[in-house]
Design a protein around this ligand. Sequence first.
Ligand SMILES: Nc1ncnc2c1ncn2[C@@H]1O[C@H](COP(=O)(O)OP(=O)(O)OP(=O)(O)O)[C@@H](O)[C@H]1O
Length: 417
Amino acid sequence: MSSLQIPDPAHPGSSRQRGASRPASASAQPSSVSIHQSSSRTQRASHQVVSSQHQVDHDVYSHPAAVAYVTAHPRWTIPKFGPYLLLQTVGEGKFGKVKLGLHSQWGEEVAVKLIRRGYIDSSVRKSKVEREIEVLRTSKHPNIVRLYDVIETDKYIGIILEYASGGELFDHILAHRYLKEKDAAKLFSQLISGVWYIHQKKIVHRLLKLENLLLDRNRNVIITNFGFANRFEHRADDLMQTHCGSPCYAAPELVISEGLYVGPAVDIWSCGVILYAMLVGYLPFDDDPNNPDGDNINLLYKYIVNTPLSFPDYVSAEARDLLSMMLVPDPTRRADLRLIMAHPWLSAYAHIFSNGVEDLERAAMEQHQMRRLAYQRQMRQVAAAQSGPSRVPRSPYETSIPVTTMDPDDDPFTSTP
Ligand SMILES: Nc1ncnc2c1ncn2[C@@H]1O[C@H](COP(=O)(O)OP(=O)(O)OP(=O)(O)O)[C@@H](O)[C@H]1O
């Protein structure tokens, strides 16, 4: 596999990792190629204004995440992408891998979504990436994944995102079979707050599903994957394509009216499917091939439109009432967000809905600032421990564990675990 084509400022034209003795042997620099020229550049200052405190780069190798990575993979070098060390792969999309990144100065953990430029080979894919960046750039909400930066190289577009360390909501539900109503109501309120926020900004997500809901370390919802988000006023474009991959969450009008309707009600339907899955432990409308109607999208929608919702005994009457308001095939009769937020099943979380757009943006900024300061504090503690009198080796790099360089023909961004 060939290596990243990163212009090396010291050796123009050279981009390969060589036999370095330090773990982070490649330094990615943003290339001059851009899908989103000037706007992506303006995002790049986000890590430079937080603190006057200077940390030295090597402290980051004592960061618990770096130590854990090196302990698990003692023979791998750690590639660098911009100011971030790239650690393990935390997820994979059609575009490429998502890696855990570690800011080399501040020790902040981030998710680095590495989109291979080769993937952007059509206008649909190009606009998907551009949309995701554009929507995230303008969104600041405690439950919407935060965009920190966009770093471009010749081979990759790296979208630097808030790291949702709690994994996917899908797995959280699987682990519990289904969620307690109290827990589901909290998560659902956060989802609805995020959806309300983007709808206020005249944006529809259009691909809400369990796999696009992540959790942070405190089990709060983080909404991700805005690649198919669209403005209210835009007509449908790639919608049919969008939902071919996840028909179970797609509102009936997307199929029945051949995708011409792109109003906010499509997100309400998907939120209803998500809430049903949280409370029941399976999807209300299934595309399981064992379900004779499920493997054909048109039959599935005929089934959805003609079959009344059913619930297992353990779902409360109030929750059923809310779901029955949301999972209404006719979008004009489906509950809107105002009705959902006022529903008694969510009364314990009504305070979440009392915030306006500006309050939510302020809360998101404050939350982010606190998190960043906590990371910096952690780095300072690591540095203080390292310079203490009874200093012991704090990372495998200071022990006898050999650090070998990767094969220069390997691509560090895709071949490392
Ligand atoms: N901010 C994040 N924090 C932690 N993990 C993430 C984050 N973003 C993505 N992931 C992980 O990476 C996986 C793939 O990411 P992403 O949602 O971008 O791809 P996808 O759902 O396949 O989307 P696409 O349709 O763009 O291919 C997710 O399912 C999740 O496990």
